[in-house]
Ligand binder design. Structure first.
Ligand code: SF4
Length: 454
């Protein structure tokens, strides 16, 4: 899977442009006059092809502004969707892009030829305050003649049943389409934002907090929505390959995720490893120097790293709770290290970092962020960490993260089979201030307290 947050992706939307022929008082976009930008057709088509190679896209929608101000772009997008077997190919339009009857006929024919099979016509009291009905009626007639399934899609104020003056007017307008026998769709209920809030505020109950029907769950992105300038998810498809944008997408809201919830610091992203990170993980785990003080031998092959990933990360991510992170720089979100806290006693903190990044305080920054999260979650009473007495660099991370030296012990260390003096550090969270975890003290016969350490 390319990205767990998009595992249910099955829909693509293009806001083709925000340029518009209407100036509706219910428009959720507010005032968008003077807008000229529109999505680049080549970029859009390439993105559709790439996404469809990895995801079972079922619906593609183009809308705006008024998308038919750019009919060639719309047709290229839908032709690609047809070619790729996307079954529902939808356009939402206010139906007014030209008064020229020949042009209107041609656009309708071109849309039909491109494979558009669902055309929603936004006609109602709001649109028809600034948009003339006659060219819209003619476009509807041409679209029906061209064989495109058309539905009327009005905006209702308060509800479809409510008898406010706008809804009364909308019903009159809809009757103008009777002779064309175009079915009436469900339309939508005006949402209180943008112009709607500004001009129609009296119709909304401002004490009730409504959630926008257009918002995606950032943890379960089912629709890939492209803005006219190419913005999509956390990237821009005009600058970055769409598959890279998808691969690196991380939600900025992590909700109630209890297993390694993403953490962001000034310079870092702490997130779960994914199978796409194997090469980056291998760079960390295969370095001789980085792994001198760690309880395993450097990885010799990508297969070994893969097995390590499966047992140390993928397995943990299947648990309800874990803290097992890739440490990435924010600038590229590629793992350069790892950090973890065990959820079982003695709640051990462990970490590693590629040596090119040593000496910049990166692991201290990561450790502080992780400890803050563990403290916030509240069910781990203390954290311990141990380091080889020769590995002073690691000891400094523990000190800077607020941990206190408690004792040392001598261990014949496996799997490397060498004698090592370890120093144990501890940070009490909810545990009593004076509490010292004696797990290592009891496990290793030779233990002692070194003077002058803190
Ligand atoms: S509601 Fe639609 S047609 Fe009306 S101004 Fe907004 S984008 Fe244009």
């Amino acid at each position: 899977m390319m990205n767990e947050y998009l595992k249910n992706l099955d829909r693509i939307e293009f806001v083709v442009t925000m340029a518009c022929t209407g100036r509706c008082i219910h428009c959720s976009e507010g005032d968008h006059e003077g807008y000229t930008e529109h999505i680049d057709a080549d970029v859009a088509v390439e993105a559709i092809r790439k996404v469809c190679a990895h995801y079972p896209i079922r619906t593609l929608m183009t809308f705006g502004g008024e998308p038919l101000l750019y009919p060639d772009t719309i047709c290229r997008i839908h032709a690609a969707a047809t070619d790729l077997g996307i079954s529902k190919r939808q356009v939402i339009t206010n139906g007014y892009f030209s008064k020229n009857r020949e042009r209107i006929e041609k656009v309708a024919m071109d849309l039909a030829a491109s494979g558009v099979n669902n055309l929603l016509l936004s006609v109602d009291a709001f649109h028809q305050e600034t948009i003339p009905l006659e060219p819209v009626l003619y476009f509807a007639e041409c679209a029906v003649k061209a064989g495109i399934p058309v539905k009327l899609s009005p905006a209702w104020l308060v509800s479809r049943e409510d008898d406010n003056p706008y809804n009364v007017r909308t019903r009159q307008i809809l009757r103008e389409f009777d002779s064309l026998q175009i079915p009436l769709g469900s339309g939508n209920v005006v949402f209180p934002s943008g112009n709607a809030l500004k001009y129609l505020g009296e119709y909304f109950d401002t004490n009730v907090e409504e959630s926008s029907p257009y918002e995606e769950d950032p943890l379960d992105v089912r629709t890939l929505s492209f803005a006219p300038n190419g913005d999509v998810l956390n990237g821009n498809v005009c600058r970055t390959d769409i598959l890279e944008i998808i691969r690196t997408y991380r939600p900025s809201v992590t909700g109630t995720e209890l297993n390694s919830p993403e953490l962001v610091t000034d310079r870092l992203i702490l997130r779960k490893f994914t199978p796409a990170d194997l090469e980056a993980l291998h760079l960390i785990l295969s370095d001789e120097e980085v792994n001198v003080f760690l309880p395993w031998f450097p990885m010799k092959s990508l297969d070994e790293t893969k097995a390590f990933y499966e047992s140390r990360y993928a397995e943990k991510y299947r648990q309800p709770r874990a803290y097992a992170y890739a440490v990435c720089l924010r600038e590229n979100n590629i793992p350069i290290g790892y950090i973890a806290v065990d959820t079982k006693e003695p709640y051990e903190l462990g970490y590693g970092l590629r040596k090119e990044f040593w000496g910049r305080g990166i692991m201290t920054e990561a450790a502080k962020a992780l400890i803050a999260q563990v403290r916030k979650d509240g069910d781990i009473p203390y954290i311990t960490a141990t380091h080889d007495a020769k590995n002073l660099r690691s000891g400094r991370v523990m000190q800077k993260a607020g941990m206190k030296y408690c004792y040392s012990y001598h261990e014949f260390w496996q799997p490397k089979g060498i004698p090592v003096v370890f120093r144990m550090y501890q940070l009490n969270l909810s545990a009593d201030e004076s509490f010292v975890c004696n797990v290592y003290w009891e496990r290793f016969e030779e233990h002692f307290i070194e003077e002058g350490l803190s």
